[in-house]
Design a protein. Structure first.
Length: 72
């Protein structure tokens, strides 16, 4: 198994916000979702849920143009 970081959600956390916080790229949610089948497919999470964040070998570069407008 690859290395993972355990992150505990706060009210209002979303897949894209967690990806941005840990990877610097809000679009890298696929790996997060695959590593967390126990979490609901919700728009926002309640606080206290455990999210397993796979550690990437190299941190991807943030591409401002590819990010959602609210994250620029």
């Amino acid at each position: 198994m690859s290395a993972v970081i355990r992150y505990t959600t706060r009210d209002g956390d979303r897949w894209d916000l967690i990806a941005y916080k840990h990877y610097g790229n809000a679009l890298l949610i696929d790996g997060l979702m695959a590593a967390n089948p126990h979490l609901p497919l919700a728009e926002e999470f309640e606080s206290g849920l455990t999210v397993f964040v796979p550690v990437l070998n190299a941190k991807p570069q943030s591409n401002q143009a590819a990010m959602p407008p609210w994250m620029r």
